[in-house]
Design a protein around this ligand. Structure first.
Ligand code: PAF
Length: 281
């Protein structure tokens, strides 16, 4: 495994490798790798001759007062995970190399970024699309792998790729969960044992919503109300949002239509930790 920090060196290396016709799969991450990231890497490994893992905690996608400084980092552990999963290249740039003095170019995807995470974290998706486009320019992948846990992020990136004619296939990888259903996230490490137990209610509530929908419930207010009640009953969890949206546009839905997919998405704060989750129904 080769580790590269310099963007120009990474790009030149990739340009050289592409001449041999090898397919390149990129897995963009902010590090502190867990089983969810490993699932992305494994898919990339299966479908490409070369796998590039990017590790960069991107300041542009964190708002004021968010957890950029506290975001967990452990490059030694990540290196080992990358070796275990047979990654070929780690791209691990510095903030100064990605956003040098005078940096001025950002990517804004409209409409789809206005609800849910976009509403609660203004500027977040602008930071995500900017860094992802930069990573695509540097690593020039054939395929790029993103987790369904960040469902809105995935659709925002798909929209950017389609609108800007970027020659990369975006691959969606299912959410990996703990035994009790909690979606894996690098931030889970900051949950106290008590909070960790409480967090299991999120997936329980989403599953209950799925059952209610299968039994015929179609009202957004009733489904969302039930999820909110289940979460509130656990105590100490503050809810940013629970919403039902169209899984492509991320527009809010008031009544679920038969024979159409919907995404139920939520974001909560447990203590100092913000968690998101979703299911497609
Ligand atoms: O999902 C993440 O870890 C980040 O948002 C991403 C896609 C690596 C961009 O910084």
């Amino acid at each position: 495994m080769i580790e590269i920090a310099n963007p120009e060196e990474m790009q030149e290396t990739i340009i050289g490798l592409k001449k041999s016709g090898k397919r390149i799969g990129v897995v963009p991450t902010m590090g502190y790798l867990h089983e969810g990231h490993r699932a992305l890497i494994r898919d990339a490994r299966k479908e490409n001759e070369l796998v590039v893992l990017t590790i960069f905690v991107n300041p542009a996608q964190f708002g004021q007062g968010e957890d950029f400084d506290r975001y967990p980092r452990d490059i030694e552990r990540d290196r080992q995970a990358a070796i275990d999963e047979q990654v070929d290249y780690i791209f691990h740039p510095s903030i100064g190399d990605m956003y040098p003095e005078g940096y001025a170019t950002y990517v804004d995807v409209e409409n789809i970024t206005e609800t849910l995470e976009g509403e609660w974290r203004p500027g977040h998706f602008r930071g995500v699309t900017t860094i992802v486009l930069k990573l695509f320019q540097i690593t020039q992948p054939d395929n790029a792998y993103f987790g369904q846990k960040d469902a809105q992020q995935l659709m925002v990136i798909k929209k950017m790729v389609s609108d800007l004619h970027i020659p990369v296939k975006i691959k969606r990888v299912p959410t990996v969960r703990e035994k009790d259903g909690l979606a894996l996230s690098s931030r889970n490490v900051y949950l106290s044992p008590g909070e960790r137990q409480q967090a299991a209610v999120l997936y329980r509530a989403l599953q209950r919503a799925e059952v209610d929908i299968r039994r015929g419930e179609r009202s957004r207010d009733i489904i969302v109300g039930m999820i909110r009640d289940m979460i509130k009953a656990v105590g100490n969890i503050s809810i940013d949002y629970v919403e039902i949206v169209d899984p492509v546009t991320f527009r809010k839905v008031q009544f679920l239509e038969n024979n159409r997919e919907h995404c139920i998405a939520l974001a909560v704060r447990i203590g100092k930790v913000r968690l998101i989750d979703n299911i497609f129904v």
